[in-house]
Design a binder for this molecule. Structure first.
Ligand SMILES: *[C@@H]1O[C@H](CO)[C@@H](O)[C@H](O)[C@H]1NC(C)=O
Ligand SMILES: *[C@@H]1O[C@H](CO)[C@@H](O)[C@H](O)[C@H]1NC(C)=O
Ligand SMILES: *[C@@H]1O[C@H](CO)[C@@H](O)[C@H](O)[C@H]1NC(C)=O
Ligand SMILES: *[C@@H]1O[C@H](CO)[C@@H](O)[C@H](O)[C@H]1NC(C)=O
Ligand SMILES: *[C@@H]1O[C@H](CO)[C@@H](O)[C@H](O)[C@H]1NC(C)=O
Ligand SMILES: *[C@@H]1O[C@H](CO)[C@@H](O)[C@H](O)[C@H]1NC(C)=O
Ligand SMILES: *[C@@H]1O[C@H](CO)[C@@H](O)[C@H](O)[C@H]1NC(C)=O
Length: 739
């Protein structure tokens, strides 16, 4: 999905006008949430929705007409078209927990799996132990699916698991044969989508924009040999998902070229998915803080979300409720070096996605220095038919380079240039080269190389350059992973006591199915399905683990160093060492997550208490609300440390019965940390879990920013159970460092 799209929120709200209704007061869609369903029979649950609405609207007819979606399987509630005052009246009725206006969200390879160590042919390790995810059902809530893609071929699959209760809903260009033993279910939710958007899409589970097909094939696509970028040869290899034998259940709730998804439709999809029998839910969409996912988790279904593409700006991470896994995006060890030959025989290297070399492109072209390539400069310099050198601004610019680059590409293409060489500081912008369509050479170089090219251009009357098509290089020497610049960052502004994001996974230039081809996409939308696939594999190996245990195993075994043993970096301006607000516990290590030693488990009742005190009824929550960090998560965030704070955690042993763990602490700067007890011993006869106490004490009398550390339990063999820690000291209430 286009990275810029997450910024088109306002535009989109205008695009998706509420459904017009004949009433003088203006109506819009509201979502009424009624908590757990009070009856097993869905028709009884629906009747209770009709009763509530009848009380407000006066007649049962009007009630039925106003309902857009009815949630009756996983939880109880409905979406209905109402006026503001009707919504207020509804909220006062007994049994209604809250009423909120509907909102709209944006939908935010193959090398990546080997990079993560999940080698297909490896005889040991998670992939093999999980039997490639065989018979785990993963629900993908997204923009639908392109069933003809080779990635969804069902050759060699056994019958659909008998516990599956889902459906294959047909529609435009999607008939019953489009579901098979791989795509075992498909549903669509268009009741609250504007006609203008629907016109641009298929009225069926078929995916018109490619996002859903890309995410689904990243999670569970079968092996497809010889896939490459638009079959053009770049990034060539075997394309496959992380859990290549898992079954797919598709829920299309995102519509149109922008992939817009409403909360009301997402809730309907989640409600059905719980009832259909999915084992894991994957949602690469933005900003959905709803209790619907809580019901899925309470049913034992882990829910994985993308964290958003608004980085590197702080406080941008979305999907921040504690029961979901929120994913940040990283780069992988693959580059596309592109050779540039100058007229003076110098050879220089940059990176591009240039692969469709034509006879005209693969010869020498005139070279011209376009300086900043702003509109005025391009008027004064004739770039027609030439390859133009442009430089990213070096002074502080309100537009981050990833937005500036496509603008520059458009400008030079319009001016008739044959190609672009873009000099920039070190930040990965490769994904922004799509605007060049693979057929115009657009090469990214660092400033040093830009300067060499500029001085060559100034040194001769007829400077020329030839750009060769990019090649694909993987592995050695590529500094990776790095947190992608666009990946949204913490702290969590909704719930500062809950650390987000949780984990990082590959999300830059991921090759996966789009329609009948294979194409790159970048975003936390691409990182999310990587984690979903690992969750599928873990679920297969440990069917008895709760969603919290699976999440804990993933976070506590993550890596904070790269392949060279150096701290993982986060792209941004400037690039820096990554901290938990960039990548949560770190970069996912699937093979380690299989055997974490200890896990931090959570009883779903604790999530419900959290919900009641934050998004829900807020009864009797005064002491709770300031202490969100007491939730037994595999991370600790203390947003307001005055003097000292005591945090409790409980770990459960899932390793050998007999084990002794010692604590190791990396204290955040300015804070002292003590843990009691500092040694935990598990024995066959004793309890499988142990509770410990962490005391944080501020060492300095300053109003501080966040500082970071970690807490790790080590046994004497392979287990190292690490959780990230973020603490901000607040010395007095009446000091502010914001000025
Ligand atoms: C959409 O609305 C129709 C008509 O009101 C209703 O029958 C259908 O169940 C709704 N769809 C979903 C998914 O709830
Ligand atoms: C269903 O779609 C497939 C592929 O699009 C097509 O080959 C088949 O004839 C269709 N079947 C029916 C019954 O329309
Ligand atoms: C693989 O794809 C490339 C590029 O599309 C093509 O030239 C080559 O013949 C294909 N190889 C096989 C074995 O299909
Ligand atoms: C710009 O350069 C191109 C190619 O060298 C030439 O054909 C064109 O006439 C020039 N335009 C102007 C306005 O000088
Ligand atoms: C790339 O393709 C799009 C759509 O086909 C087109 O609008 C755009 O101008 C092309 N860009 C370049 C640099 O050729
Ligand atoms: C949460 O609120 C609901 C509805 O008000 C109540 O029934 C339930 O007991 C509460 N649960 C917890 C754990 O506080
Ligand atoms: C490691 O643990 C095992 C069993 O818990 C014990 O037998 C062994 O002595 C320990 N080794 C060290 C070096 O502490």
């Amino acid at each position: 999905m286009d990275l810029r799209s997450s910024f088109c929120f306002t535009l989109l709200m205008a695009f998706l006008l509420p459904l017009p209704l004949s009433s003088n007061a203006s109506t819009t869609i509201y979502i009424a949430y009624m908590g757990e369903k009070k009856h097993e029979d869905p028709s009884v649950v629906t009747a209770s929705h009709h009763d509530a609405l009848t009380a407000v609207l006066g007649s049962k007819d009007a009630a039925i007409k106003s309902i857009v979606y009815s949630y009756k399987y996983g939880f109880s509630g409905f979406a209905a078209t109402l006026t503001e005052s009707q919504a207020e009246e509804l909220e006062k009725l007994p049994g209604i927990i809250h009423v909120k206006p509907n909102s709209y969200h944006e939908t935010h390879t193959t090398r990546s799996w080997d990079f993560l160590g999940l080698n297909y042919n490896e005889q040991v390790g998670l992939l093999k132990k999980a039997n490639y995810g065989e018979d785990i059902i993963v629900g993908v809530v997204d923009s639908g699916i392109w069933p003809e893609s080779q990635s969804f071929d069902d050759n060699g699959y056994g019958p659909v698991p008998t516990r599956w209760k889902g459906e294959c809903q047909t529609g435009q260009a999607f008939n019953a044969t489009d579901c098979n033993r791989k795509i075992i279910g498909a549903r669509w939710y268009s009741n609250d989508t504007a006609d203008e958007t629907l016109k641009l899409d298929y009225m069926s589970p078929r995916d018109s924009n490619g996002h859903g097909t890309h995410t689904a094939s990243t999670i569970a696509g079968g092996r497809v040999r010889n896939a490459s970028l638009l079959q053009g040869g770049l990034a060539a290899g075997v394309a496959r998902g992380g859990a290549p034998r898992a079954r797919l259940a598709v829920y299309k709730a995102c519509w149109g070229p922008r992939g817009s998804c409403s909360t009301a439709a997402l809730l309907a999809a989640i409600d059905d998915a719980i009832n259909d029998g999915v084992d894991v839910l994957s949602l690469s969409v933005g900003g959905v803080e709803t209790p619907g996912t809580l019901h899925a988790v309470a049913e034992g279904i882990p829910v994985v979300f993308s964290g958003g593409n608004e980085g590197p700006v702080p406080q941008t991470v979305g999907n921040t409720v504690p029961w979901v896994i929120t994913v940040a995006a990283t780069t992988i060890d693959r580059t596309f070096p592109t050779l540039m030959s100058l007229g003076n025989k110098d050879k220089l290297v940059g990176q591009s996605l240039y692969y469709k070399a034509t006879a005209s492109n693969s010869k020498f072209h005139m070279l011209v220095d376009g300086y900043s390539c702003d509109t005025e400069t391009l008027v004064s310099i004739n770039v027609t038919g030439k390859i133009v050198l442009c430089k990213a601004p070096t002074q502080v610019d309100p537009t981050p380079p990833r937005y500036a680059l496509p603008v520059v590409i458009g400008r030079v293409a319009e001016a008739g240039a044959k190609g672009l060489i873009f000099a920039q500081y070190t930040v990965n912008l490769l994904e922004n080269l799509y605007a060049c369509n693979g057929s115009m050479p657009c090469v990214l170089v660092d400033f040093d190389i830009g300067n060499i090219i500029a001085s060559y251009a100034a040194s001769t009357r007829t400077p020329v350059v030839k750009v060769s098509p990019a090649i694909t290089e993987v592995g050695s020497g590529v500094l990776s992973p790095r947190v992608a610049a666009f990946s949204s960052r913490g702290p969590n502004i909704n719930f500062p006591g809950i650390l987000k994001p949780d984990i990082a996974a590959p999300g830059v230039s991921i090759l996966a199915a789009k329609g009948n081809f294979y194409a790159f996409d970048s975003g936390t939308s691409m990182a999310c399905p990587h984690v979903s696939a690992v969750v599928v594999l873990l679920k297969s190996v440990h069917p008895d683990w709760s969603p919290a245990m699976i999440k804990s195993a993933i976070i506590t075994t993550a890596s904070v160093t790269d392949r060279f043993g150096m701290p993982i970096q986060a792209e941004g301006v400037p690039r820096k060492v990554a901290d938990p607000f960039d990548f949560g516990g770190g970069h996912i290590e699937p093979d380690k997550a299989i055997d974490p030693g200890l896990v931090y488990d959570i009883d779903p009742k604790d999530y419900i208490k959290f919900f009641n005190c934050t998004l829900g009824p807020k009864d009797d929550c005064d002491s709770y609300i300031g202490q969100l960090y007491q939730l037994n998560l595999p991370s600790i965030a203390v947003p307001d440390l005055k003097d000292s704070v005591t945090v409790w955690r409980t770990v459960t042993n899932v390793g050998e019965m007999e084990a002794t763990y010692h604590v190791a602490i990396e204290a955040p700067a300015g804070v002292s940390v003590s843990v009691e007890p500092s040694v935990i011993t598990f024995s066959e006869a004793g309890s499988r879990s142990a509770t410990f106490k962490i005391t944080f004490t501020a060492r300095q009398g300053v109003q501080g920013g966040y500082t970071f550390g970690s807490l790790t339990w080590h046994d004497n063999s392979t287990h190292s159970v690490r959780i990230p820690v973020a603490v901000r000291t607040i010395i007095q209430d009446f000091i502010s460092d914001i000025a």
